[in-house]
Design a protein around this ligand. Structure first.
Ligand code: 1CP
Length: 333
């Protein structure tokens, strides 16, 4: 269910009362327990590693914290070539706590349950680094990209190895699938995505493909970018709630075919998180519609399979029982 699924759970809030968000990501016992809480409660088929996209930056020594009600905030934004040069790259040894926590999760999962690891893609990480925190329009980030392309590319070159090291650590520890979140890539035009972002995301997928686990790629508001995001190398393309899955899959397949890449891929998505606030009938209805759209995509030869998922993060005010109900609806199909 992606970011902040755990926030809706009282057992998560109880565990976190005296522990900071990022601190909990570096405590193997807490990492494992928080990862497993929603799996136990909702009978999920997959666990999503409890971590955050800024964890590898924190591990590398970057001054960053997750501020309640806001998100990741940096002590100092990074905007110049000198600041980029001074930005550390994460070393595998700095991720030992994450590796140990993954071992704890895998020891508890049933054989028919999988663990999905993840990382933030360089553009989305760059946005937090350049803005210094969450941003509504990513204006400073995009202005840097447009006005100083060499500086931009230096930042992406700097971040790409950190993302690869973070994913490799998780893969060596035994994750069964991975997701690369380019959450905010949808703020870019297709042309800018191709020029300033795609080469780095492609390099990441190429680096981790030899591990042979399914690879998912996702961003919000990416209707216009879906084909290009599939072309950088994932096996599964995540879709937000705005595009019907069959329409999204047809777009992806058409683009991949046009550029001579293997198709079809699988699709992931795409329940509107707000539906979970709307009551049991609406949940049943919308789950049914999404599964039917995925079936149509598969029947048309536009998708190899479907992972049921939300179209973005769980809203904090969501009743955990609504999530359990949505999962049961999916399992009943
Ligand atoms: O649901 C889970 O707990 C799974 C673990 C997880 C994941 C997959 C967390 C824990 N974060 C993420 C990924 C993440 N983090 C993304 C990519 C996915 C997405 O688009 O949702 C992004 C953009 C972030 C950055 C982030 N971390 C934000 C967004 C701020 C913004 O710019 O709008 C926020 C609010 C966080 C904090 C965070 N990360 C995770 C949790 C459980 C929380 C909330 C902390 C808390 O209140 O307890």
């Amino acid at each position: 269910m992606m970011r902040q699924a755990g926030r809706s759970l009282p057992e998560y809030r109880a565990l976190r009362t005296d522990v900071g968000m990022l601190e909990s990501c570096f405590r193997p016992d807490l990492l494992a327990e928080i990862t497993l809480q929603p799996v136990r409660r909702h009978d999920a088929d997959a666990a999503i590693l409890f971590s955050d996209i800024v964890v590898p930056l924190k591990a590398a020594g970057v001054g960053v914290d997750i501020v309640a009600g806001r998100g990741p905030v940096l002590d100092h934004p990074v905007r110049t070539l000198a600041e980029i040069a001074a930005l550390p790259t994460v070393e595998p040894g700095q991720l030992d706590a994450v590796v140990e926590g993954i071992g704890g999760v895998l020891a508890e999962l049933r054989d028919d349950q999988v663990l999905i690891g993840f990382a933030g893609a360089p553009f989305t990480l760059a946005s937090y680094i350049v803005e210094g925190g969450p941003s509504k329009n990513h204006g400073i980030t995009k202005a840097l990209m447009y006005s100083e392309p060499a500086t931009w590319h230096a930042l992406m070159e700097k971040l790409t190895p950190t993302v690869i090291t973070f994913l490799r650590a998780q893969l060596e520890a035994g994750i069964d699938a991975l997701q690369l979140f380019d959450s905010w890539a949808g703020f870019l035009s297709l042309k800018d995505y191709r020029e300033f972002v795609a080469p780095y995301s492609r390099r990441i997928f190429d680096a981790v493909r030899p591990y042979g686990v399914p690879m998912i790629h996702f961003g919000v508001n990416t209707t216009e970018l879906l084909g290009e995001m599939a072309a950088v190398g994932p096996d599964i393309i995540g879709v937000d709630w705005k595009t019907p899955l069959d329409v999204a899959a047809a777009r992806v397949t058409a683009h991949l075919t046009e550029v001579g890449l293997p198709a079809p891929r699988a699709i992931q998505g795409n329940l509107d998180p707000a539906v979970l606030l709307a009551g049991p009938e609406v949940i049943a209805d919308q789950v049914g519609r999404i599964c039917a759209e995925a079936d149509a995509a598969i029947a048309a030869g536009d998708a190899r399979g479907h992972i049921f998922n939300l179209g973005h993060g769980v809203l904090p005010e969501t009743d955990p029982d609504a999530i359990t109900r949505a999962f049961a609806e999916v399992h009943a199909r």
